[in-house]
Write a new protein. Structure first.
Length: 416
């Protein structure tokens, strides 16, 4: 009977978050708060009884046994609310769960639905990762998640539940015919914005990457596809690692002007402590046994002149890709493994995307990128995406932010 009334896994261990603060306690009146978000809550005596039991770890079934006067459905609802507000946490993830928090925003990307309201449903989930600490040249890319959301609001781009999607035409975004599934998924509310991961200036890079990995893990475990709004390219390792752990074996499609395998003895020394940079994330990714293949597209410039293919790493140089696109001789990706797409905005030519820390001449046009994405992703199973290295501080007339916003929708359209 208990298993029939509990929705949550009956044996999951929960405990209090270290961020839970009791503000006042009087007869029948309890006030608690979350230290990081500042949100305050009035709770009932029954909720206070549940929290008292969770000072040590307890499962939903143990709570039901200890509180027989409370209906299991009420305990279930209470646990769901407390976990959604990060007032209690899954004890199995307590090392980083206390500080893991995503700020839900009223200004959402394209006015999409709030993911928190449908967090168990399948779909494409946009997650802001405002972190630029892995780019020592110019960390301003940490502003991109907020800037791109502000841009879509400023331009009155409404793809949310109150939009008349029958009058929305995506033809202007694509060089090829847009897949109809994007409209279908928008109508179903399957594209959602979760908000921004909460970081603090004094946090270590290791803790930042753990939070990113946890966000990707939570979405992937529910059959959702995370789309990370970077941030610098160092964040991609955390996403690739979490997706690899979820699916066992994957391949990465890497659009970039740079190979990001720029290793040195110093890099390797710090990598032992879980640190890496935007220029070494691919070296770390290639250490993952579940990463079976990496296809790098768009490499060019002096920094890559000594790069070459390996058994798992395949390079399609920018000019080779351009000529193959014209001649219709592009290679294809194998279909043996699902695909994680990591897209560095500097794969585009600086004339198209000036707002990035390390622009390199000779990049792709927007039209060429549209055709390349269509060629490589049609028929593939895309299980994770990130778009990184958009630096609003270096942008001109928001042209890079606009291009990135269009690419986000384009990339989402290839998620089956």
């Amino acid at each position: 009977m208990l298993m029939e009334t509990l929705v949550l896994p009956a044996e999951t261990q929960y405990t209090l978050s270290a961020c839970l603060s009791v503000r006042s306690r009087s007869a029948g009146n309890y006030q608690i708060a979350h230290l990081l978000t500042g949100k305050q809550y009035q709770i009932t005596a029954d909720v206070a009884r549940i929290l008292a039991l969770l000072q040590k770890t307890a499962t939903p079934s143990q709570l039901c046994d200890a509180l027989p006067d409370l209906p299991p459905t009420a305990i279930d609802r209470t646990i769901r609310f407390l976990t959604s507000e990060k007032l209690i946490i899954d004890a199995a993830h307590s090392a980083h769960e206390d500080l893991f928090h995503i700020n839900q925003l009223t200004n959402r990307l394209f006015n999409l639905p709030d993911h928190q309201r449908r967090s168990e449903d399948p779909g494409v989930v946009f997650i802001g990762v405002p972190y630029g600490g892995g780019n020592g040249i110019s960390p301003g890319c940490d502003r991109f998640p907020s800037v791109v959301r502000a841009y879509t609001k400023q331009q009155k781009i409404n793809l949310g539940p109150d939009a008349n999607l029958a009058n929305v035409h995506f033809r202007g975004l694509y060089a090829t015919t847009p897949p109809t599934r994007l409209t279908d998924r928008l109508l179903a509310g399957d594209l959602r914005d979760w908000g921004d991961l909460l970081f603090f200036p004094f946090e270590s890079a290791t803790d930042v990457y753990a939070k990113i990995g946890r966000a990707v893990q939570l979405t992937a475990q529910r059959g959702q596809v995370p789309v990370l709004l970077g941030g610098d390219h160092s964040i991609s390792y955390a996403g690739i690692q979490a997706i690899t752990e979820q699916y066992g074996a994957i391949q990465v499609l890497h659009f970039d002007a740079h190979c990001d395998t720029y290793e040195s003895s110093y890099n390797r020394l710090y990598a032992r402590r879980g640190a890496h940079s935007h220029g070494t994330f691919m070296s770390r990714s290639l250490e993952l046994p579940g990463l079976k293949r990496v296809t790098q597209i768009g490499l060019r410039g002096f920094t890559n002149i000594s790069q070459h293919d390996t058994s798992r790493r395949h390079i399609l140089w920018a000019e080779d890709a351009r000529q193959a696109l014209i001649a219709n001789t592009l290679p294809t990706l194998p279909t043996d493994w699902p695909v994680y797409v990591t897209f560095d905005i500097d794969v585009l030519d600086p004339a198209v995307a000036p707002g990035t820390a390390t622009p390199v001449p000779g990049g792709f046009s927007y039209d060429e990128v549209c055709h390349l994405l269509a060629h490589f992703l049609q028929g593939q199973r895309v299980v994770g995406v990130d778009l990184v290295e958009v630096n609003p501080d270096r942008d001109r007339d928001q042209v890079t932010v606009q291009t990135a916003a269009q690419l986000l929708l384009l990339l989402a359209s290839y998620v089956v």
